[in-house]
Design a protein around this ligand. Structure first.
Ligand SMILES: [Zn+2]
Ligand SMILES: [Zn+2]
Length: 387
């Protein structure tokens, strides 16, 4: 078959400059794009011819070769070894760039020639919020949850039509669910309003699901919360989300996933930092001074005795090894830190006051070295100001 002259294909003069050719190509590409002529087998050939012509003429070197030798310049053995033009995508992206129309054009090429079918739809992912106690996070737990999950309607088997009713392909969009409109150089795509984007409509919608094809069903699921779970953990239950819609879908899609978001409630006694726990333990002044033993609750529900050394100060931290949180997927446990808070006696009785006054009389700097040290430094500070 004889090839048409490239200038003729583009519809420009032999002396046309780059800008003229570019706009000519753009105009013709719009006119003969195969997506706009789904029933015309010749459109694709014309489109290809146009791209080839522009591919050659927009390249100065190739254009010069074509001007000298015509089509023979690009036949086997000639310049470019027969691969005389760039692929469509390249030329198009050069001309039209990314821009607002980018998606539309990428689409055209992605779909290839002819009418694009509907996409296979996947079911939606679901999110379930779960709040657990710190004890549950420590021990792990199997929890039953109830989730409304979309399933195929059992009356219409997901089709959305009453038994016996017909499902017709939408004539406006040809079943694609989307229609294109052209504004200037840009092609826009939007959901088809005739069928609501479904690509089909039903003569008599299913009475049970209102033609939706799906309904939410309360479903009980068993979620296994692992010991050591952190606040904010996301647990994925693969394929436990919504069923894939069958209406407007081209084939059987996958179910969505169910994500359980775990949050751990703050605890009355313990504060958590990763695998470790902190507990603030108030200690009466006399115990802190004389030493003694206190009993501390632990996260596993048990209790631990800890020795308070005599002369303990507020803020002193004692470590209980292995009494912290469990560690995810491990048999290890973190530690628990007990911070002492020395409690100064208040609401003293007359007798208590007498005893403390007597105690103060016999006390010197040695029994409260920190205070003595502080006032010593303060004294030096004031003396320094005088100089
Ligand atoms: Zn139904
Ligand atoms: Zn439609």
């Amino acid at each position: 078959m004889a090839k048409r002259d490239y200038y003729e294909v583009l519809g420009v003069d032999k002396g046309a400059d780059a800008k003229t050719m570019k706009s000519a190509f753009r105009k013709k590409a719009m006119e003969c794009h195969p997506d706009r002529h789904p029933d015309d087998a010749g459109a694709e050939a014309r489109f290809k011819e146009l791209n080839e012509a522009y591919g050659i003429l927009s390249d100065d070197q190739k254009r010069a070769a074509y001007d000298r030798m015509g089509h023979s310049a690009f036949e086997q053995g000639g310049m470019g070894g027969g691969a005389g033009f760039q692929d469509f995508g390249d030329i198009f992206s050069q001309i039209f760039g990314g821009g607002a129309a980018g998606g539309g054009f990428a689409d055209m090429f992605g779909g290839g020639s002819g009418r694009r079918g509907q996409q296979v739809q996947r079911g939606s992912d679901l999110r379930y919020e779960m709040e657990i106690s710190l004890e549950e996070a420590y021990a792990g737990k199997d929890i039953d949850i109830k989730v409304p999950i979309a399933e195929d309607c059992d009356r219409c088997e997901g089709i959305g039509a009453e038994p016996g009713a017909s499902v017709e392909t939408c004539s406006t969009c040809g079943g694609a669910g989307r229609v294109r409109t052209q504004q200037g150089f840009f092609t826009m795509e939007r959901a088809c309003s005739t069928c609501g984007g479904q690509g089909e409509y039903v003569s008599n919608p299913c009475t049970q699901c209102d033609g939706q094809g799906q309904a939410r069903v309360q479903t009980e699921l068993d979620v296994s919360i692992p010991a050591g779970v952190e606040d904010g953990t996301r647990i994925r239950l693969s394929g436990q989300g919504d069923a894939a819609p069958r209406r407007g879908s081209n084939g059987a899609g996958q179910r969505g996933d169910l994500y359980v978001f775990v949050s751990v409630k703050p605890h009355d006694l313990f504060e958590r930092d990763g695998a470790n726990l902190f507990c603030l333990a108030p200690v009466p002044m006399t115990v802190a001074a004389l030493g003694g033993e206190i009993e501390i609750p632990t996260i596993d529900g048990g209790r631990s005795k800890i020795k308070i050394p005599d002369g303990s100060q507020s803020g002193k931290r004692l470590r209980l090894r292995g009494k912290g949180m469990s560690v995810l997927r491990s048999s290890q446990r973190g530690d628990m830190y007990v911070e002492l808070g020395v409690e100064t006696p208040s609401k003293l009785s007359k007798r208590q006051r007498e005893l403390l006054e007597e105690f103060a009389e016999v006390s010197g700097d040695e029994s409260s070295p920190e205070s003595a040290n502080f006032f010593g430094r303060a004294k030096r500070f004031w003396e320094g100001l005088v100089d």
